[in-house]
Each structure stands twice: as structure tokens, then as C-alpha cells.
Design a binder for this molecule. Structure first.
Ligand SMILES: NC(=O)C1=CN([C@@H]2O[C@H](COP(=O)(O)OP(=O)(O)OC[C@H]3O[C@@H](n4cnc5c(N)ncnc54)[C@H](O)[C@@H]3O)[C@@H](O)[C@H]2O)C=CC1
Ligand SMILES: O=C(CO)COP(=O)(O)O
Length: 356
């Protein structure tokens, strides 16, 4: 990759939901803390909502009662928002990212670095978000997917947006093919309350972040059924085991899965009532149908759409993922929630150390 200047003069966040808005605040606070003369722009597709954010310096729909930094700019004009951006942050849900990036691509500087915040698999292709980004931008900017794979990073970790918006101390991981790129991005988002680590395991980092949403659905179902902490800890631990099997089969590293984007995110998401995936699971466990749960949710629970794609990916790589399989069964209405536990516990006994 060509050398980059010490810091980008402009960073643009695409997507003004809970995480996009919160991460834009992190970036603006990071720039202010570093004394960096950097423009941080938050782009949202809803012009009215963006105008209200700019006027009130709040995003009450997604991060209520949080004042957004004075340094943060807002835009609903995609071309203007991307003009001059050296770092572009994609905070759009997994199933919508491709379509939005196709529109954005002609406005992107081919030398920009892209940071993915989404935790999901594209259900139509089974691709991870960094793969989708590279594919779309390779075509849309007249370059190649390989060009963008070198420039595309992922940030993942125990990062419940609302806690970070309230400036509660949090760590995370930026992963990129090249360490220098991850470190460059980490410097842009290191704020007094937000500490990004780095690694070069893009696959492991993405798999940890997206599969934990499926495991959180299962832990939520346990909650909805009224099961206690033993059940939830059992699902989390065995959930991490199957997540790790998948990550390793795809070329990820064990240390990543025991780190912030693996165990860290799993613990946060499965333990928190702030988690949308945990909430969706709890509603399913309490007897609501999937359609009723989806009606009740006002924010994205990525695990619902990603779970079948995770299972298909696991099958393609010969990886056994019994918890994911059971969750998919519940989502497809093939397994009643009361059958989930007997089904998982009734499997053949095996050694805990047996990775198969
Ligand atoms: N909220 C959180 O605590 C965290 C979320 N994430 C991930 O971040 C991603 C985004 O999630 P959230 O911001 O939480 O979701 P959200 O449901 O709070 O907001 C989604 C936002 O994306 C926008 N959007 C949807 N489709 C769009 C499109 N085609 N073009 C432009 N904008 C579009 C919506 O208008 C909304 O502003 C997800 O993959 C999620 O797993 C990751 C870490 C933390
Ligand atoms: O990814 C998250 C925390 O790290 C957010 O989880 P939910 O999408 O379940 O709210």
C-alpha cells in the first residue's frame, strides 16, 4: 500500500444508526483529544433526521440523551460527505451494505481506507463484510477487489453502542491485512474512553463478531425460557467453541477468538439487555413468533438474517455448529423453543477437548 499521511484530514461515517452515530462521536472526540485538525462527518440517508441531528446535536432515536461533539459535521449528501475522505467508515447493516456502497463507490477516493463496523454475513452470498466491500468497490471505482482488500479493515469487540456513547471505558480491535493500516486506523479512533487494539486477523475478527450474534440469540432464548446462569454460561462457552472451529477453518487465529472480538464481544452481548440480538432471542424464548419479534424490534438484530448464512458457511467447510443449527431451526420454525434444550443436550456425549 502507498504510504499514508500521519492522519486523514477527513473521516466520513456512512450510516447514522446507533453504532454509526456513536462511532462518529468517538472519532470526533479522538481528533479533539489528539489536537488533530480533522473533519469528522456523519452521513445518514434520511435528510430530515440528519438536519435534526445537526440542529440539536443529538440523535434521540438511536442514542437518546447523548450530546454529540461540536466538532462533528452532519450530511445527507453522499457525494459531499465522501469528498476528500481519507478514511470511510461503513456503519450500515450487513444486508444493506452492498446496495449503499454501489451508490457510494463513484464518490470514493481510490486511496481511501475503509473501516467496516457491521457484524453480519451477507445472506445472499455468504460473504463477510470486508469481502463485500472489496468486491463492490473494486468494480465501482475501476480498481480491483485485491486493491480494496488491502485497504479495508474491520473494527469489532465488546462495543455496545449506548455504553460507548455515554463514554464508559471500552476496548476494541481493528484488524487489517497489514499491521500499519490497522495501527493508522486505531490512531484515528483512540479516545479517552475508547482503546482500540490491533491485529492482522481480519477473518477471525469478523467471524467472532458476527457469530456471537447468533449465540446471543440462543442465550436470549434461555432468558426468555426463564433458565438461569448455568444454562447461559454453557451456551456461551460452547458457542465460543463452535465460533472458534469456524474461524480456524477459514484461516482465523485462536488468539483472536480468545480476545476482545471473540470472547470479549460474546460476554458483553450475551450478558447485556442492551443487545438487540439478546433481546430478540428473549422475545422468541418467551413465545413470540419471529414475525412478532421483528415487528417489535426498532433496531437491527443481525443474527436473525446471518444465522442461516453462518450455518451454510459452516456446512461448506465441514464445521459442526450445533448451537447455530438449533437457532436456525427455531428461526425457521422447525424447532419449537421448548425443544431447543433437549435437542442440544441430547446429542452424543463427547470430550470437551474434541474439536470436531
Ligand atoms: N449498536 C451497536 O451496539 C453495535 C452495532 N454493530 C453493528 O453495526 C452495524 C450497524 O448497526 P446499528 O447502527 O446498531 O444499527 P441500527 O439499527 O441502530 O441503525 C441502522 C442504521 O443504518 C441505516 N441504514 C439501513 N439501511 C441503509 C442503507 N441502505 N443505506 C444507508 N443507511 C442505511 C438505518 O437508517 C439506520 O440509521 C450492524 O452490523 C451491527 O451489528 C457493531 C457494534 C456495536
Ligand atoms: O455488537 C454489539 C456489541 O459488541 C451489539 O450487539 P447487538 O447488535 O446485539 O446489540
Amino acid at each position: 500500500m502507498s504510504p499514508r499521511p500521519e492522519a486523514p484530514a477527513k473521516v466520513t461515517v456512512l450510516g447514522a444508526g446507533s453504532w454509526g452515530t456513536t462511532f462518529a462521536k468517538v472519532l470526533a472526540d479522538a481528533a479533539a483529544d489528539a489536537g488533530a485538525p480533522r473533519t469528522v462527518c456523519l452521513w445518514g440517508r434520511n435528510a430530515q433526521a440528519v438536519a435534526a441531528m445537526a440542529r440539536e446535536r443529538r440523535n434521540d432515536r438511536y442514542v437518546p440523551e447523548v450530546r454529540l461533539p461540536d466538532g462533528l459535521e452532519f450530511s445527507s449528501d453522499l457525494a459531499a460527505a465522501l469528498d476528500g475522505a481519507g478514511l470511510v467508515v461503513a456503519a450500515i447493516p450487513a444486508q444493506s451494505l452492498r446496495a449503499q456502497l454501489e451508490i457510494a463507490a463513484p464518490h470514493l477516493d481510490p486511496d481511501a481506507v475503509v473501516l467496516s463496523l457491521a457484524k453480519g454475513l451477507e445472506s445472499s452470498t455468504g460473504l463477510r463484510m470486508t469481502q463485500v466491500i472489496a468486491e463492490v468497490l473494486g468494480e465501482g471505482t475501476g480498481t480491483t477487489a485485491a486493491h480494496w482488500l488491502r485497504r479495508t479493515c474491520v473494527l469489532s469487540g465488546p462495543n455496545l453502542a449506548m455504553e460507548i456513547a455515554r463514554e464508559e471505558p471500552t476496548a476494541s480491535v481493528v484488524a487489517a491485512q497489514e499491521h500499519g493500516t490497522a495501527a493508522w486506523v486505531a490512531r484515528c479512533c483512540a479516545a479517552p474512553y475508547f482503546r482500540p487494539y490491533t491485529n492482522t486477523d481480519v477473518v477471525g475478527t469478523e467471524i467472532g463478531g458476527l457469530v456471537k450474534n447468533v449465540i446471543a440469540l440462543c442465550v436470549g432464548i434461555c432468558d426468555g425460557r426463564g433458565y438461569g446462569d448455568n444454562s447461559k454460561a454453557s451456551v456461551m462457552t460452547r458457542g465460543l467453541a463452535e465460533t472458534t472451529r469456524l474461524a480456524l477453518a477459514l484461516g482465523g487465529q485462536l488468539t483472536t477468538l480468545s480476545g476482545l472480538s471473540g470472547m470479549g464481544d460474546l460476554v458483553a452481548t450475551c450478558s447485556s439487555s442492551l443487545s438487540r440480538n439478546h433481546t430478540a432471542g428473549r422475545l422468541l424464548g418467551s413465545g413470540l413468533t419471529l414475525a412478532q419479534v421483528q415487528d417489535a424490534m426498532t433496531q437491527t438484530a443481525e443474527g436473525i438474517k446471518s444465522a442461516p448464512a453462518v450455518l451454510a458457511l459452516a456446512h461448506r467447510h465441514g464445521v459442526d455448529m450445533p448451537i447455530t443449527e438449533a437457532v436456525v431451526g427455531v428461526l425457521r420454525n422447525d424447532i419449537p423453543v421448548q425443544e431447543l434444550a433437549p435437542r442440544l443436550l441430547g446429542r452424543d456425549l463427547k470430550s470437551e477437548g474434541n474439536s470436531a
